[in-house]
Design a protein around this ligand. Structure first.
Ligand SMILES: Nc1ncnc2c1ncn2[C@@H]1O[C@H](COP(=O)(O)OP(=O)(O)OP(=O)(O)O)[C@@H](O)[C@H]1O
Ligand SMILES: [Mg+2]
Length: 257
């Protein structure tokens, strides 16, 4: 079977620091894959390389065999990869609905800020985008908040809003950088339900998180990074019992992290 996403010996250096060191892994359609590892292991950097936000120093990223290395973020988005951020990134002074509408514009060259500005001009004409955005909001349970300013949402709602924007591009693959970080138990349950639904709808997920409950419950396979290197790739249970992984997490404790 052809991999959906493949990283091929991806290395990314920042000056003398090698944040990601020769990491190769593959995901297949229908899979939820997780990337875990201690703080500073290179997880977010790897996401930044995959979605085109930064370039690999060496190595390549391929979507269904096609190299993404020379593509910009909006081009990667157009090919079907969207993402959420570890530190939630919404437009606080725009409504919830507009925040999702921006998602559709992210596939254009203008990018995140440009999309926001352009949206203000085009607001009136965009009935279709509006309807689509509303549908996506309903899928994450935020439709009743559509005309609220994003900055008035709770933190849990902000994470859902960001997910809704990522869904608005109708992606094949969503990269989730710590989707349940900072959420309380009920917000976490809501998020996990939505992620499970996404998977049932055929949207593939690649997820970074420190929440071992989440990772162990929802993912099919786990890649473990430590100081930029891939030290394991296995089933959730397999990595939990892997001696090298346990050592990497010493002090943090993977079994009950
Ligand atoms: N733009 C940058 N410039 C310089 N160093 C960077 C940059 N981005 C990341 N780093 C460094 O690269 C290493 C990996 O960082 P990264 O954010 O990818 O880790 P992470 O696994 O996502 O950690 P966490 O779990 O804390 O989010 C860290 O040492 C970090 O300081
Ligand atoms: Mg990170």
């Amino acid at each position: 079977m052809e991999p959906l996403l493949e990283t091929v010996r991806v290395t990314r250096a920042f000056g003398g620091l090698i944040a990601v060191a020769g990491v190769s892994f593959r995901t297949y359609a229908g899979q939820i894959k997780a990337i875990i590892g201690p703080n500073g292991a290179g997880k977010t950097t790897l996401f930044n390389v995959i979605n085109g936000f930064i370039k690999p120093t060496t190595g390549d990223v391929r979507l269904r065999g096609r190299s993404l290395r020379d593509l910009a973020v909006h081009q990667v988005a157009r090919l079907g990869i969207s993402r959420t951020f570890q530190n939630v990134q919404n437009f606080g002074n725009m409504t919830v609905l507009e925040n999702v509408m921006v998602g559709r514009h992210l596939m254009t060259r203008t990018g995140f800020l440009g999309a926001g500005l352009r949206l203000q001009r085009m607001r009136k004409e965009e009935k279709h985008t509006q309807r689509k955005a509303y549908e996506v909001l309903a899928r994450v349970g935020l439709d009743h908040r559509s005309s609220e300013l994003a900055e008035n949402l709770s933190f849990g709602e902000q994470r859902l809003l960001e997910l809704a924007r990522a869904m608005a591009t109708e992606p094949e693959l969503i990269l989730l950088d710590e989707p349940v970080s900072g959420l309380n138990e009920s917000e976490k349950t809501a998020m996990v339900d939505i992620l499970s639904q996404l998977r049932q709808q055929g949207i593939n997920l690649l997820m970074v998180d420190h929440d071992m409950d989440l990772i162990m419950n929802i993912s099919d396979e786990v890649v473990v990074l430590d100081r930029g290197q891939k030290i394991a790739e296995d089933t959730p249970r397999g990595v939990q019992n892997n001696e090298e992984v346990i050592r990497a997490y010493l002090g943090e404790g993977i079994r009950n992290a």
